[in-house]
Design a protein around this ligand. Structure first.
Ligand code: TXA
Ligand code: MG
Length: 334
């Protein structure tokens, strides 16, 4: 099968929607990362997503819709907490976990009694979902374990020959996946940090947000797998005042051992590293998040065999950056 990257013209969006309704999988842009979609009601197409990605069967998919009304048909109850988060953050980079209705096939939710629902804001995505006129189940459009794709070329790199179309929506604005909040009960639970922070969720809910304990129960099944891994070895620094000196030492130790490392650093620190290889991640932590998966893939393309990522403060978007880099580094924290 030849995989084609399509410009987001009305005709091409209609073509992609037709493919979805004809039982095919299509990659599409969102403001977080690219998704690999299929009709949520088509169990054969859903299995194809798992096959194409090499995704474990016990890892549920998020269902994407174009309007808040469409959520009603997917869930048993839109809880008061869900209503608050829908009003504040949808469309946007958030996924709500609610008790699923019978219309959602078990293949989508990997047998769970809940379903993740998301209403993206990316204009091309909104047009695409409207044209599909069915809810679209989609994981990130990378092969399993790879960093999520933030541009059409990344998707092509991972899935060429395995899907017919990639709808091109440019570079994803947020660059990290959505914040996932379980609002099926009385207390909101943060299942995955993302573009919208825990504090913002708490403020909108008007109460504290629990952090789901990782490890014990697989509340967010996907988080237990190896994730976000480029071919290069990733090291992640803690965030402290002497961080740049510590990173420079690690860099020099790697080069002495014959390695070829690159440092991911904020613009203001770039000068500190002298002639060492750096990728400038931008002026602030929003930029850092936006560039993170892009730069992890660029490190492979530029033949670096090691990446050392600067640490970031744990508030705001920082929590999501830390979550992804801890996983990406397999816990190699320096
Ligand atoms: O921003 C995003 O969320 C992107 C775009 C494409 O929408 N999607 C995405 O999907 O990141 P994926 O499949 O790569 O990650 C979804 C995560 C997985 O860790 C999965 O286990 C979790 O969401 N998840 C899905 N449904 C769930 C449910 N009912 N309960 C708990 N976790 C769920
Ligand atoms: Mg993913």
């Amino acid at each position: 099968m030849k995989t084609v990257i399509l410009k987001p013209s009305d005709e091409n969006i209609a073509l992609c929607a037709e493919a979805i309704n004809g039982g095919k999988t299509v990659a599409f842009p969102t403001e977080t990362v690219y998704g690999l979609g299929a009709s949520a009601y088509d169990t054969k197409a859903i299995s194809e997503i798992f096959r194409v990605k090499g995704r474990p069967n016990d890892n549920p998919l998020i269902v994407h819709v174009a309007s808040a009304d469409a959520i009603n048909g997917l869930v048993r109850e839109v809880t008061p907490l869900a209503e608050k988060l829908i009003a504040r953050f949808m469309p946007g980079p958030v996924t709500l976990v609610l008790k699923k209705s019978k219309s959602v096939p078990d293949q989508v939710t990997a047998g769970l009694d809940t379903v993740g629902v998301r209403m993206p804001s990316h204009p091309v995505c909104v047009k695409f979902l409207r044209a599909c006129n069915v809810p679209v189940a989609a994981p990130s459009a990378n092969t399993s374990t790879r960093p999520s794709p933030t541009c059409a070329k990344h998707v092509l790199g991972d899935l060429a020959g395995r899907i017919p179309y990639i709808l091109n929506g440019g570079h994803c604005e947020v660059g990290l996946e959505s914040t996932i909040v379980d609002v099926s009960g009385a207390v909101p639970k943060l299942l995955r940090a993302g573009g919208i922070s825990r504090d913002e969720i708490a403020e909108a809910c008007g109460c504290e947000v629990e952090i789901a304990a990782s490890g014990k129960v697989a509340l967010c099944p996907g988080m237990k797998y190896k994730h976000y891994s480029p071919k290069a070895e990733v090291y992640f620094s803690a965030y402290y005042s002497g961080m740049a000196a510590g990173i420079a030492m690690q860099y020099d130790a790697l080069t002495s051992a014959g390695k070829n490392p690159v440092i991911l650093c904020t613009e203001k620190n770039a000068g500190y590293y002298g002639t060492r290889n750096v990728y400038d991640m931008g002026a602030d932590y929003r930029d850092y998040a936006h560039n993170l998966f892009y730069m992890l893939r660029k490190a492979d393309a530029d033949n670096f065999d090691s990446v050392i990522a600067e640490g970031v403060p744990s508030d705001g978007i920082g929590a999501a950056i830390i979550n992804r880099l801890v996983k990406s580094s397999g816990g190699k924290i320096i």
